[in-house]
Design a protein around this ligand. Sequence first.
Ligand SMILES: [Zn+2]
Length: 138
Amino acid sequence: MDDAAAEKVARNNAAFRAANEGIAAAAEEHGLDDGRRVPFICECSDPRCTEIILLTLPEYGRVRSNPRWFAHASGHDADVPDAVRLLEDHGRYVLAEKVNHAGDVAAGLADEAIRSTLASAWMRRNGGKLPTKRCSVR
Ligand SMILES: [Zn+2]
């Protein structure tokens, strides 16, 4: 797989990851963190994939603990040479790792998402204004 194709895979995965993070946050808010299975969207690289996978919030949290890890429906591109590697098969879902360039892009996008979440939280707290004062700590 060339770098451009790998990048496309990673960007698509990142879009599903963002959607699933929203689902996880909503599920937590509604008290579904009691071991119940929550429906998530398959995070494979097919942009048309609409398969639903069921994970408990702790299972989902474990997937998110590594920016290169994704949850796929069983059999969904779990093994793409040079881009995706199958780590674990849980039956209901598989844990796949993006490797090489796809892994680097996936990790970079996770980083960007965290930064923009932090930035918007800061903006909300500060009435939509960006910081103007310089940090005085030396
Ligand atoms: Zn899929």
